[in-house]
Ligand binder design. Sequence first.
Ligand code: F6R
Length: 365
Amino acid sequence: EKGGYAHFTIKEIYEQPKALKDTMTSRIIPGEKIRLDDIHISKDMLTNYSRIYIVACGTAYHAGLIGKVAIENLARIPVEVDVASEFRYRNPIIDHKTLLITISQSGETADTLAVLRESQTKGARVIAITNVVGSSIAREADDVFYTWAGPEIGVASTKAYLTMLVAVYSIALHFAELLGTEETSYLEEIKKEMLTLPEKVAKILKDTTKIEHFADKIHGEKDVFYLGRGLDYQIAVEASLKLKELSYIHSEAYPGGELKHGSIALIEEGISVITSLTQRELFEKMQSNIKEVVSRGAKVMAITYEDNKDVEKYSDEVIYIPNTMDIIAPILAVVPTQLLAYYVSLYKGLDVDKPRNLAKSVTVE
Ligand code: F6R
């Protein structure tokens, strides 16, 4: 059932090109408007919403962080993102002018389901992004986006996360089309580029030797840092969680600009820092952050576009990903970080498919 792979986790990482394709086919068609058959929100309804909340847990929450950037940038609607177990208890402002987007692979996460129910009671409309057809969250939501990633067995989410990203980008594009907030040609360019991503992910998966090498280097460590700016920060947050779950190494993700506000105190000789540079506007700023940690003795692994060779000058290891549009780069940049977490787990001889203390579906609060 693992199809020749040693673990479900690596099988599912390698299934990502197909999962992406399945999620996009029939929804993203060049020259046509985005087709979301199970989302019934008109332009008038959308104009009426004063705010959007994206609420989820764990990795799904991390997909939500990227959803906020996508929706705000493309559709210009304010979005707040929160973890379900916090959102519920902070007396959020919810009424009929609220659109809630919940994200859940399993569709059964207790806190996320409770947020859905409580918000509907207060008049909000709910879109569910989920991977499981007929799950509680799918059944109770007003609108649904099925991620069609196929069954995910590995406890740590990989392919489901990548397809959640497709979901939030598709919804952002759909809203932008409804509201006319962006030039059609720019939206078309994003759609066309999204359709190239399955092949680009496949290219990243073809040669993992450099990532395995870095995994070997860091597998004995106690602390690892992830740094990023803009969407690279959202990637850092997910990458850091994946490493924690799969390798039991403590890690923290920081926005590059926050370093000097405290965490740089922890950077010392030999500490590992993992970063990605996919936001061209922020390259220079990120470069100076990397130089700051290198000058304090950090070992740096950077993930960047294949045409950004400059990064080799100040990093120990550079993992190249195919060039793409910055706004959708997370779909590519997260893949090497999944592989890194997987290989570190292997080097440590851990149970990669079933990390200790974790459950695939968290149905208790
Ligand atoms: C991370 C992971 C968890 C889940 C979280 C939400 O790899 O697996 O953080 O993402 O428990 O689960 P769903 O998406 O099923 O609501």
